[in-house]
Design a protein around this ligand. Structure first.
Ligand code: TGC
Ligand code: FAD
Length: 390
């Protein structure tokens, strides 16, 4: 496929700074060179290309919003969003690797970690020398993480950690895991668990039809001795992991636009090349309706995320504003992938085009970081003041 052009129907580039555009273009080039030519094979083979970790570090995709003195990019939230958009234009699984590292591992260590923890882990995570994962979900507690049973006991000179996490992106290859567990009083804390600690294993989850280039697994803890200095001291309670989710969900709202743009771009090109009944299928009204609606939905999603980015930069974005954007944009991308699949006819199911891959990936994206319906209920709670999820 020819070089991908961004979708900018409302001249949103005019609202970006030169730095934003430079960052966006450098990640776009990176994705074109390093991800786009290989991603189809990686997904077909269910292969996580571990060397992408170092490359993401080199290009500044890990923790762009973390201050530079800890190895991060020191960038604003619009830059962060643009980076996620461009990576997910390549593949949602690749964006998962980056958003887990930046928002779910580096962010809690930066925000709630001690100075020693920040200095020990952040520069290595930023450079890609180290890969991290985030363990919140459990086999019996997905949408309801406050019910978690993973727990730790104070043994005097260390903590003893027991329990299991499931569906953890990056876990089979991660060097460290930020794990959320309850203490003896039932209070949730974050602990940094390192690969190699006795009793800690990370079995891989196989046979996924979605996010096949991202590795997913469990985190299993059998009497793991965790040094006391590995507890994140800055914040406890469910609010701590939920703050991390705010940051990651924000990135996903941008990322989904990237996947949608790629589907739209492919459908637009195909509709001009493919001839039926003696003319390009793009000349039929029904195809034009699909393309016009795709462009409209992408543009609306861009406006939503741009404003949300401004609010994030000002520290004013609320959880429910982020929920609205994550929910809307991922659903929008999934709908566009389905319509783009129709436009490609039979070719839409093959690996010749990126459509089916994006569509299958987005089935995970619409479920993780809070399902489509959980985000609806977060909005319902905001509107009425009555939490309907309990
Ligand atoms: P609730 O009673 O509402 O809140 C519990 C405590 O947390 C506080 N809080 C927040 N604090 C900071 N920031 C936020 N955004 C906060 N939201 C809530 C809240 O004030 C309260 O504090 P306190 O002091 O009163 O205790 O909690 P709840 O148990 O009723 O749950 C609410 C609900 C259902 C919305 C929440 O649990 C939820 O969001 N569930 C979805 C779970 C989820 O999103 N899991 C994601 C796992 S990670 C993942 O999927 C990574 S995939 C990454 C990839 O590969 O890209
Ligand atoms: P459930 O919570 O069992 O939900 C099942 C269905 O019930 C959903 O439709 C849901 O919307 C609905 N439902 C649940 N509660 C309610 C309610 N109160 N009202 C109405 N409907 C309800 N987690 C991590 O911690 N770290 C990771 O890195 C991570 N990566 C992931 C990667 C992949 C590929 C996937 C698929 C998941 C990942 N997750 C991760 C887990 C993800 O966050 C959970 O799958 C998600 O939160 C939903 O939990 P669940 O799968 O247990 O579904």
């Amino acid at each position: 496929q020819d070089a991908f052009e961004g979708v900018d129907f409302y001249n949103l580039d005019d609202l970006l700074t030169e730095e934003h555009k430079l960052i966006r273009n450098s990640i776009r080039d990176f994705v074109k060179k390093e991800i786009y030519p290989n991603i189809e094979n990686w997904c077909q083979d269910a292969y996580f290309p571990y060397d992408i970790v170092k490359k993401f570090g080199d290009v500044g995709a890990f923790g762009p919003q973390i201050p530079e003195n800890y190895g991060g990019g020191g960038l604003d939230y619009i830059s962060y969003g643009l980076i996620m958009q461009e990576i997910e234009r390549g593949d949602s699984g690749m964006r998962s690797t980056a958003s887990v590292q930046g928002s779910l591992v580096m962010y809690p260590i930066y925000k709630f970690g001690s100075e020693d923890q920040r200095n020990k882990y952040l520069p290595k995570l930023a450079s890609g020398e180290m890969l991290g994962c985030f363990g919140l979900t459990e086999p019996d507690h997905g949408s309801n993480p406050s019910g978690m049973v993973t727990n730790f006991k104070d043994m005097g000179d260390h903590y003893l950690l027991n329990g299991a996490k499931m569906w953890i992106s990056n876990s089979p290859k991660a060097d460290i895991a930020v794990v959320w567990a309850k203490n003896e009083e039932g209070r949730i804390h974050g602990l940094i668990v390192e690969r190699g600690m006795e009793g800690f294993t990370t079995p891989e989850t196989h046979n996924k039809w979605s996010l096949r280039a991202s590795c997913t697994g469990e985190l299993v803890f059998h009497d793991v001795k965790v040094p006391k200095e590995n507890l994140l001291p800055g914040k406890s309670g469910l609010g701590a992991p939920l703050m991390c989710l705010d940051s990651a969900r924000y990135g996903i709202a941008w990322g989904a636009i990237g996947a949608a743009m790629d589907c739209y771009d492919s459908a637009r090109r195909y509709s001009l090349e493919r001839q039926q009944f003696g003319k390009p299928i793009g000349g039929f009204q029904l195809i034009q309706k699909k393309l016009a609606e795709m462009l409209t939905e992408i543009t609306k999603a861009q406006l939503l995320t741009h404003r949300l980015g401004q609010l994030m930069n000002e520290g004013k974005a609320t959880t429910s504003q982020i929920s609205m954007a994550k929910r809307n944009n991922v659903n929008m991308a999934l709908e566009i992938a389905r319509e783009a699949r129709q436009i490609h006819g039979g070719m839409g199911i093959t690996g010749e085009y990126p459509i089916m891959r994006h569509m299958m990936n987005l089935e995970s994206v619409i479920t993780y970081e809070g399902t489509h319906d959980i985000h609806l209920l977060i909005l319902g709670n905001e509107i009425t003041g009555i939490p309907a999820f309990k």
